[in-house]
Write a new protein. Structure first.
Length: 170
């Protein structure tokens, strides 16, 4: 296994695009950042880190970082790919890592072992994939801007959303 560091988003997607698209929901952050860089290359002040781990001619993992932000890891079926990415980043300063819970934890623990830095869980996030669309039922009325009389209902809806979306947060 080897890591290929790419110099452009076009090259990164040329090598890893099909791999990332195969699990689009899980890789939406990486793909979204790539899209942003393509549409406005000046959006990030420093060049992005664009790494792809290959095993022979097969892509097994990818990572992207737009300094000063955290490293983002793709999903991988090859746990050893974490060590390949980690090895490529020795000497770098990382504020954090994003990825699936197990993969990010493994990377963080191994990074801390190499650098002597602490490991701290800052936030748990999730990605959801829409499997099917159910058209909404027709309702009477029409859309309108919310007004002062709608405030209690809007607050109740937002509170319910926060309770559901962050139910596992500590």
């Amino acid at each position: 296994m080897e890591l290929r560091r790419l110099g452009s988003v076009a090259a990164f997607l040329g090598l890893a695009g099909a791999f990332l698209a195969a699990r689009e929901a899980e890789h939406s952050l990486i793909l979204g950042i790539c899209s942003t860089i393509i549409s406005d290359p000046t959006i990030y002040p420093e060049p992005a880190y664009l790494g792809v781990v290959v095993d022979g001619d097969r892509v097994v993992a990818a990572a992207i970082r737009t300094p000063p932000n955290a490293l983002i890891l793709s999903e991988t079926e090859v746990p050893e790919a974490v060590d390949v990415i980690l090895g490529d980043l020795v000497g770098a300063t990382l504020p954090g890592v994003l990825g699936s819970a197990g993969l990010a934890a493994t990377f963080a623990e191994r990074w801390a072992a190499r650098t002597g830095g602490p490991v701290r869980l800052a936030m748990r996030e999730r990605a959801f994939r829409l499997g099917r669309v159910t058209p909404p039922r027709p309702v009477a009325g029409s859309m309108r801007p919310a007004g002062a009389l709608d405030r209690p209902q809007v607050i109740a809806l937002l509170d319910a959303f926060v309770a559901e979306a962050f139910e596992d947060e500590e």
